[in-house]
Design a protein around this ligand. Structure first.
Ligand code: 0O2
Ligand code: 0O2
Length: 224
């Protein structure tokens, strides 16, 4: 019986915090080198205790098997602009020496019956505790902004209907998921043009920031 959930979840929180920094660092590196970043933004969370308990009942997970059998207590989400970026991110993750990939689930080419699309990766990640190293499981979901929009909406509706959608709503959601995927494919078609425009735009923005931050040396500073 887990009596102190906060204590149990501490390494998971540490893993989420560390992985957020690392994944956001990858985006920074692309930005610094003036390249398109396959990572648009990163979020992360530790599963709330109530959701853990609910999933334990739904998936018949015993408390003493929680660490091995519940893969998403630590959850990271990577949002991308284009479907191609998702596969680039997955490749980048495969090359990292600080994580071990245990499982990959491609719900992009194999959408779930609900219409849900994302690429799921289950990893093993070592956190350094004062008591020593602890390897924990974490789930990374990689998806486009359009997939994220759909999943966020569907998740809230799911909460309202407890998974028992009226047929009409369920059909509409499936159509919406296909429309979102069509949007992703349309954007992929003009990806090069979009990226070129974004590079121009970000160079212009950083130049104007530099212009503003460089003091005019011909006038004495107010602080002198
Ligand atoms: P910025 O400058 O806002 O981009 P934390 O770990 O404290 O940074 P927190 O509160 O735990 O973040 O939240 P979470 O859910 O992990 O991540 C929130 C981050 O995702 C924030 O970035 C949001 O800006 C970013 N985000 C959320 N939705 C969107 C979106 O639709 N588009 C974009 N581009 N970013 C989004 P930061 O790092 O706090 O900084
Ligand atoms: P949360 O934290 O509320 O998002 P299971 O959880 O039993 O359905 P399994 O096999 O453990 O499935 O893992 P799976 O299906 O690879 O991934 C589960 C997670 O993917 C879910 O977590 C959701 O985050 C997301 N997901 C999967 N299917 C759907 C879907 O149809 N709609 C939406 N919106 N998200 C989905 P949880 O447990 O729901 O937790």
């Amino acid at each position: 019986m887990i009596e102190d959930w906060q204590h149990f979840l501490l390494p998971y929180q540490q893993a989420v915090n560390e992985l957020k920094v690392k994944l956001r660092g990858m985006r920074k590196q692309y930005q610094e080198s003036g390249q398109h970043s396959p990572i648009e933004f990163v979020t992360g969370r530790v599963k709330p205790v109530d959701s853990i308990k609910e999933k334990m009942v739904r998936r018949h997970v015993q408390e003493d098997r929680l660490e091995q059998d519940m893969q998403d207590i630590a959850g990271l989400r990577i949002m991308c602009q284009f479907v191609e970026d998702i596969y680039q991110v997955v490749d980048l993750l495969r090359q990292r020496s600080d994580i071990t990939i245990l499982e990959e689930r491609d719900y992009i080419s194999n959408a779930k019956p609900s219409g849900y699309r994302s690429y799921h990766i289950v990893i093993q990640y070592p956190v350094q505790l004062v008591t020593g190293e602890k390897k924990i499981l974490a789930e990374i979901q990689v998806r486009t902004l359009a997939m994220n929009f759909w999943a966020t909406i569907e998740h809230s509706l799911n909460y309202k209907y407890q998974g028992e959608f009226p047929e009409e709503l369920s059909a509409r959601l499936q159509r919406a998921a296909e429309a979102a995927f069509k949007l992703d494919n349309e954007m992929s078609e003009i990806r090069e043009e979009i990226q070129e425009a974004q590079t121009l735009f970000s160079n212009r923005s950083s130049n104007s920031v530099n212009d503003q931050s460089t003091p005019d040396r011909s006038t004495p500073s107010e602080h002198q």
